[in-house]
Each structure stands twice: as C-alpha cells, then as structure tokens.
Design a protein around this ligand. Structure first.
Ligand code: F6R
Length: 341
C-alpha cells in the first residue's frame, strides 16, 4: 500500500511533482476560474499548513497582481471582526476543519462571496462555499501534510496566473522538474546537526518567510524538536538571546532581492555561535562559504523555489524524524483532521 516506501509521508512527498503538475492543469482548465473574478481585496482563512500556503499566496499575489490579500487564522476570524473584504477564500485539505467551516459560515453571514479550495469532493466546505476549486492530491494518509500543501500552492499559483493574464504559465508548467531533482536528498550532514538539538530556528524573507514557518511546523510535528519559523530580520529583535552552539538555524538564502541582507543575517547568527544550514541556489559558492552545511536547490523563479525549498524542508523533517526513530505517519497527540474547535 505504501508503494515500496517505508512511510506514507515519504510516498506522498514523492508524489508531489505529479500532484503539482496535475493540479495546475486542472485548475487552469476549470471553466469556472475566469468567472471567479478575484476582487481587489481578498481574505484567506485557514489553519496550520493550509494557513502557510495562504501566506505564500499573499506574498506572491500582492507582489505580482497588486491585489490586497489578508490571511487570517480561521480560529481567530470567527471571533473577531476584521474589516470586511469582498471575497473570503477558505483553504482546507480535508474540507472538514471545524474552525475553517465556522470562518466561512461567518463570511457568508456577512454577505461575502466565498471560495473553498479543498482536496475532498463532497466535503462539508463544498456544501457551504459559493465556489469550490479542487486540489488533485489524492488521499493523504500521513498526518503531516505534504502533497496537499503542494496542491494548495498549485491552486493558488494557477489563480495568481489567471490574475496576471497568464504571465506564469511557462514557469508553472516546468516547476515540477525542479521538485523532481530534490526528492532523493537524504540530507545526512544537516540531520547530524539537528538531531541532537532540542530547539532550532528556520528563517527566510519575503515568500520564504512562510516557507520557513511551514518547515518549522513539519519539524515540530514529526521530530518533536521545538522549531520556530521567523522572518529573518526579526530574529535580532529578541530571539537572538536564544542563539548558541545548541540552536541550529536553517536559513533560506536563494537568489532574491533580499539575498545580500540574508547573507548578513547568517553572519550575525554565526557570530552568536549558531550552526547554520543554508538552502541556496546550486553553485552559490558565496553562501556556501559562510554556512556549516549547504543544501543546493535548482535556480529558478521564486515561485518555483518556494515550492522546491518547501519540499527540501519536508525531507529534512522526515530524515531527522527517522534518525530519532519517531512514529512518522502518526505523530503523538495529532489527528489528521481537526473537527472540533
Ligand atoms: C500539518 C497539518 C495541519 C493541517 C491543519 C488544517 O501538517 O496537517 O496543520 O494543515 O490541521 O487542516 P485542513 O487543511 O484539513 O483544514
């Protein structure tokens, strides 16, 4: 049943190039997509990993389409009153998360147009929202979300492409090739540093900040190491006090307008003793020379790299959890879908 893989999580990680490709195509071919007419101001509600996918959408949509996208925890949105937006999008793999269902009910009661992005045909959210777009992830068995996250990104990126008049069609069509190239990473050197730590940080800037949040969540969930995701520039506003030889930092330093400042941040963390694992573009000898372990990813558009780096971080969590002999597919205290508040 696990298709020759030791765990469902690894099987699902390996399915991601196909899931991304299929979901982009099916969303692009969905005749309802042009009719959706995403308004100038949108709110996205979600929980956990789905919330991180929404944050990635926010960064990309605000940068490339100039729409206003706010992202709220579904569990907060139900209980306070943010300024009303024209459309509320709920993103939920299961379509059954209680907080997300309550948030979308609330949006409806405030006369917003509502769109659900989900992986499960006929799930509760599809009966509440005005519109639904489906992810083509197939059933996800592992408690830790991997391929459903990638499928959410695929739907969001297809929406972005529609909002940008097809500007990213070619980029999205080749994105799965970059992901394919990192799947076999076993990351032994990085795992050797991380597996003995009890706390660690993930840092990135721009779209790589939510990528860092998601990387930290994956690590917490399946390895039980306390990992915090931070916007790289924020670390010096307090968390620097926690840095020592015992707090590894995973720093995403792929090419972007913030590359230079990321390298300065890495040097500051190193100066405080933290071992740094850098994730950067293949052939980047400058970044490689200042970090303890360098993980190369294929150089590409940041839309693609957000995806590729996310997959590398899933693998980092997976291989660390293996080294710690954790129950990968069924981490303690967690359920696949959270159907109570
Ligand atoms: C993390 C994870 C959870 C879910 C969250 C929302 O790996 O799986 O954080 O992302 O419980 O679930 P859905 O997307 O079903 O609403």
């Amino acid at each position: 049943r696990k298709g020759g893989f030791e765990h469902y999580m690894l099987k699902e990680i390996y399915e991601q190039p196909k899931v991304f490709f299929d979901t982009v195509k099916s969303t692009e071919n969905d005749s309802r997509l042009p009719m959706l007419r995403i308004p100038a101001e949108v709110t996205v509600v979600a929980c956990g990993t789905s919330y991180h996918a929404a944050l990635i959408f926010r960064y990309l949509a605000e940068e490339y389409s100039h729409k206003r996208v706010s992202v709220e925890f579904a569990s907060e949105f139900k209980y306070y009153t943010p300024p009303i937006r024209d459309m509320v999008i709920a993103v939920t793999q299961s379509g059954e998360t209680a907080d997300t269902l309550a948030a979308i009910e609330r949006a409806k009661s405030r006369n917003c147009s509502t769109l659900a992005i989900t992986n499960v045909l006929g799930s509760s959210i599809t009966r509440i929202a005005d519109w639904t777009l489906f992810m083509c992830a197939g059933p996800e068995i592992s408690v830790a979300a991997t391929k459903s996250f990638t499928a959410q990104l695929a739907v969001f990126m297809a929406i972005l492409n529609e909002m940008c008049d097809g500007r990213f069609t070619d980029t999205l069509a080749r994105a799965h090739c970059s992901v394919e190239r990192v799947l076999s990473y076993e990351l032994e050197d990085a795992v050797a540093i991380i597996k003995n730590a009890s706390e660690m940080f993930y840092v990135g800037r721009g779209v790589f900040y939510p990528v860092a949040l998601e990387g930290a969540l994956k690590m917490k969930e399946i390895s039980y190491i306390h990992a915090e995701g931070y916007a790289a520039g924020e670390l010096k506003h307090g968390p620097f006090a926690l840095l020592s030889e015992e707090t590894p930092v995973v720093a995403i330093c792929t090419p972007s307008p913030t590359y230079g400042v990321m390298l300065s941040n890495i040097k500051e963390m190193k100066a405080r003793g933290a071992p740094v694992i850098g994730i950067g573009a293949e052939g980047d000898t400058e970044a490689q020379s200042i970090v303890d372990v360098f993980i190369p990813v294929p150089e590409d558009h940041q839309i693609v790299q957000a995806l590729t780096v996310s997959v590398v971080l899933q693998l980092l969590a997976y291989h660390t959890a293996i080294a710690l002999n954790r129950d990968i597919d069924k981490p303690r205290n967690l359920a696949k879908s959270v159907t109570v508040e």
